[in-house]
Design a binder for this molecule. Structure first.
Ligand code: ATP
Ligand code: MN
Ligand code: MN
Length: 310
């Protein structure tokens, strides 16, 4: 078998018709995860990835020399792109247009891996209604040294606040340091309305619990606190896609959880690729959570009332 022809090697490392070159190249050295492993993961998780990240403008974190350094964040479609990833022209806020990327078939995730992608980041809106977000994301960024239980407490507090406005939310451990609290929205409100709403919630938390939260990006103000990063809710902003592998030691996966499951976590990077694969046969709490409300005038009015009451 020593003279096994190359073509057979290729056949062994193709997924959804996409040949993965250098499939045995190690991408995550400690975990021993290869490019082929990443492609196999995106193949197996294709349906779920597609449901959560398909038909949205997508940015790619590409790491041609493996996980760690030397990565670049790609927002715009380039020349020589695989046909499994589509281009979508989007008007920029300041006028003019640019070609963004959008994945319209499950094979797109595998094609991205072939190009050296590790992470997928998506908009909070789908391509059929780009101006009306369907996903609100509060990105909880803890200061270094803060325990993970402070993050889960903060996530629960945010859930309760959103719950008072009849907005159900789901936690996602990012695979990094923090948690995203994600509220599926009924579409209707525009970006500006959603942005102001998110900012108001974050500022309210910071005003009410100044020892625990800050709504300001400044590292200084984060000392011992959690930054509620509401800026993920601006037009053009992205957040890491659920089920995306992260460019961090051990190849952790960004994983949406039930609130009960979140309570059992001691870190944001507790889900490996193997863990994620096991979860594919079960339901995904984020997919199961139906968007019940949009950020309507009455929701905004109720938030304002709540803040006035203190
Ligand atoms: P953690 O839990 O460790 O904070 P995270 O995914 O929330 O993980 P952040 O640094 O809080 O990481 O969020 C950065 C977000 O900003 C990413 O989710 C990504 O979508 C977006 N982003 C925008 N531009 C870039 C860029 N050049 N490089 C990386 N991320 C970028
Ligand atoms: Mn974060
Ligand atoms: Mn952040």
């Amino acid at each position: 078998r020593e003279d096994k022809p190359d073509r057979q090697d290729d056949a062994e490392t193709a997924f959804r018709g996409i040949t993965i070159s250098h499939a045995d190249r190690v991408i995550f050295s400690e975990a021993g995860i290869t490019k082929g492993d990443l492609a196999a993961y995106c193949d197996a998780a294709g349906e779920r990835l597609f449901e959560l990240a398909g038909h949205r403008p997508v940015s790619l974190l590409r790491c041609p020399s493996g996980a760690g350094t030397g990565c670049f964040f790609q927002k715009h479609a380039g020349k020589g792109f695989p046909r499994e990833i589509d281009a979508i022209a989007i008007e920029e806020a300041g006028g003019g247009g640019e070609d963004y990327m959008v994945i319209r078939q499950q094979a797109g995730f595998v094609a991205a891996v072939q190009m050296g992608t590790i992470e997928f980041h998506v908009w909070g809106a789908k391509e059929d209604r780009l101006e009306q977000p369907d996903r609100l994301v509060f990105d909880l960024d803890p200061d270094e040294g803060l325990g993970f239980s402070a993050v889960t407490d903060a996530a629960i507090g945010l859930r309760d606040l959103l719950g008072q406005l009849d907005l159900p939310a789901i936690p996602m451990v990012t695979g990094g340091k923090g948690v995203h609290v994600i509220a599926p929205l009924r579409r209707g409100a525009d970006w500006e309305t959603v942005r102001i709403f998110a900012k108001t919630i974050a500022s309210h938390c910071a005003d009410r619990y100044p020892d625990r939260f800050t709504a300001s990006m400044s590292k200084q103000k984060r000392k011992g606190r959690i930054f509620i990063d509401w800026l993920r809710n601006e037009r053009g902003a992205t957040a890491v896609a659920p089920y995306s592998v992260r460019n961090r030691a051990g190849a952790p996966v960004a994983m949406p959880l039930t609130w009960d499951e979140l309570g059992g976590q001691t870190a944001a990077d507790g889900f490996s690729i193997a863990d994620a694969l096991k979860r594919l046969s079960g339901p995904c709490p984020l997919i199961e959570t139906r968007a019940s409300h949009s950020i309507s005038k009455s929701v905004v009015a109720r938030l304002d009332e709540m803040i006035e009451r203190g």
